[in-house]
Design a protein around this ligand. Sequence first.
Ligand SMILES: Cc1cc2nc3c(=O)[nH]c(=O)nc-3n(C[C@H](O)[C@H](O)[C@H](O)COP(=O)(O)OP(=O)(O)OC[C@H]3O[C@@H](n4cnc5c(N)ncnc54)[C@H](O)[C@@H]3O)c2cc1C
Length: 413
Amino acid sequence: MIKNGERYGRALVIGGGIAGPVVAMALQRVGIDSIIFEASPVPSDGVGAFLTLASNGLDALQAIDAHRPVVAAGVRTERMVLSSGTGKFLGVVEAGIPLTDGTTTTTIERAQLYRVLHDQVLPRGIPIVHGKRLIDLEQSPDGVLARFADGTEERGGFLVGADGIWSSTRQLLDPEAPRPEYTGLLGVGGVARGVDLETHPFSFEMMFGTRAFFGFLGAGDGRALWFANLPSRPEPDRAALEAVSPGAWRDRLLEAFAGDAVPVRDLIDATDQNALRAAPMHTLEPPRSWHRGRAVLVGDAAHATSPSSGQGASLAAEDAVELARCLRDVPDLGAAFHAYQRLRERRVRRVLRAARRVNSDKAAGPVARRIRDAVMPLMLRTMATPERQLWLLGHHIDFTGAVGGPRTLLAAA
Ligand SMILES: Cc1cc2nc3c(=O)[nH]c(=O)nc-3n(C[C@H](O)[C@H](O)[C@H](O)COP(=O)(O)OP(=O)(O)OC[C@H]3O[C@@H](n4cnc5c(N)ncnc54)[C@H](O)[C@@H]3O)c2cc1C
């Protein structure tokens, strides 16, 4: 019997962020070789100082035996404690549903997450080639040809676009595909060192300030990971943002939280000032089809939920593992890609909808803010219970289960 690894040939994985390394490891598990091409000449640190990998994302990594190093390098994050700018306690939301081995949602510096994933990929014999920006793609009935900005080319059996929210692969597959949409929020954050704040253990403290949103997590080792979301419309252009000096960002943050019960000054002052920079936060509606011919999209290239959901990296890991499972079980490439999209789409759209609601709370005007602060405690008590979060944080991928089996159909429902 021909195995699908032989049938489909080698995968060219475009992008060495999160989805790329995870998909390459998952493909290896199902007997498919791959090679990762990353645009950045050196391992990149991406945008956003850190991110949270929720329990569902760790579950996906666990399916390919890759979650432990991530958990070891991260900060356990059991809950979010929410308050208003006046310091009024609004409620608590569970951040994760522990896996059977007790691990749960973890917040990790982005550069560390990339390193931890790369450190797992290389010993598994999966090559990562840096400085390879995909610029063109040719498809034939039996393979793909990827062209890179440095003038080189590579042939493979199929191609996986894991090249993030500004994906070239997506544009090459469908020039009409949706483009990223600005959420109306700028994200800025950093890692404060040598701070001694009074915090709830293992808890992300989140504050709906008068003018902006703030969050921080004490790591228990003198570090505190913090971020702010600043409402800002229209979308500032990238060059204008880059022209803003770190000192000006500091002033802007202090001004945004002036009068709020937020330890912004302590945290900024303990953060490397050169790292202070803001980026517009975007979302991306998935295209109608996530694949064309012998190429398919995973992670932010296919859909991007705003950082407010804390789910982008986790969904990317889930996509990667589910794609490998479909390629293992479905003996036709197009049908495997179709099964993968079918398995993922409903869930991804549901997360996107939920994140959109959180964004509007963060950018609330004075009246909406008063209503929000009044109704949120009740809403959190009734809507944000662990049972209500089960669909999101308790999502489990049965990697050994056959695609098309009863559990798969339940997951897609
Ligand atoms: C400020 C901020 C905070 C965030 N916080 C969280 C959080 O707390 N929790 C969470 O889950 N998510 C968070 N996210 C979202 C999360 O970062 C993404 O969802 C996640 O990184 C998606 O992984 P990915 O591998 O699909 O894309 P990426 O991590 O963006 O990786 C894509 C890779 O492809 C490379 N690439 C791009 N174009 C090409 C090309 N043409 N050829 C070759 N390589 C290419 C890029 O250099 C990059 O390395 C945040 C995002 C931002 C911006």
